[in-house]
Design a binder for this molecule. Structure first.
Ligand SMILES: Cc1cc2nc3c(=O)[nH]c(=O)nc-3n(C[C@H](O)[C@H](O)[C@H](O)COP(=O)(O)O)c2cc1C
Length: 184
């Protein structure tokens, strides 16, 4: 691949010891040099309020600009009560407004979920996809990554197990190809 690719990374967990952050960090470590990846920090974002649409909220402008500048967005997220965490939904909403100024339109987006449970956070992933579909993004549909029993895929020092590393390396190859593709 020749041209550089800009990726925005959104991590749905605000937790310091987040397992999703650990998998995201591994994914980032496997990206080729042609990829620039920047995290979109979501912890400080005020809860979206439509009254803010005609105001300048600095943190809103920051994340909107970051998402806008990215060739693709990678979301790595847990599941909270069978859906995406509120902090993640908040940035989805912030990016989608003001009306007709959504930064999500035609954006390439991939979703990875991880959970200690046996369903791997799939409901969170499906709900992210549902919102993204409504926002006219280009969703990466294959492969779908939902890491179940995900704490078993982490070594004691928090590093990703060899087996899951191999699995995620395949995802990185596919994702970089998807992100670098021009047009839709
Ligand atoms: C409020 C809350 C709701 C949760 N609901 C679910 C759930 O619906 N499905 C699931 O698989 N895990 C659920 N969990 C457990 C999370 O998967 C687990 O805490 C996981 O470690 C969160 O990811 P993180 O480590 O990246 O923060 C929930 C956790 C919290 C705090």
């Amino acid at each position: 691949m020749s041209a550089s690719v800009n990726i925005a990374l959104v991590i749905g967990s605000l937790r310091k010891e987040s397992i999703n952050r650990k998998f995201a960090e591994y994914i980032v470590s496997q990206m080729p040099d042609s990829v620039t990846i920047k995290e979109v920090h979501i912890a400080d974002l005020p809860l979206y309020n439509q009254d803010y649409d005609d105001k300048t909220i600095e943190s809103y402008e920051r994340v909107r600009q970051q998402l806008k500048n990215a060739d693709a967005v990678l979301i790595v997220t847990p599941e909270h009560n069978r859906t995406m965490p509120a902090a993640l939904k908040n940035v989805v909403d912030i990016g989608s407004r003001p009306y007709k100024k959504s930064v999500w339109t035609h954006k390439k987006v991939a979703v990875v979920t991880a959970s200690p449970g046996s369903f791997g956070g799939i409901n969170s992933g499906l709900d992210v996809r549902k919102s993204m579909q409504m926002l006219s993004v280009q969703l990466m549909v294959d492969p779908e990554i939902h890491l179940s029993r995900a704490t078993d895929s982490l070594n004691e020092d928090g590093s990703v197990s060899a087996r899951t590393q191999k699995f995620l390396q395949g995802f990185v190859t596919d994702f970089v190809q998807f992100a670098g593709k021009s047009g839709g």
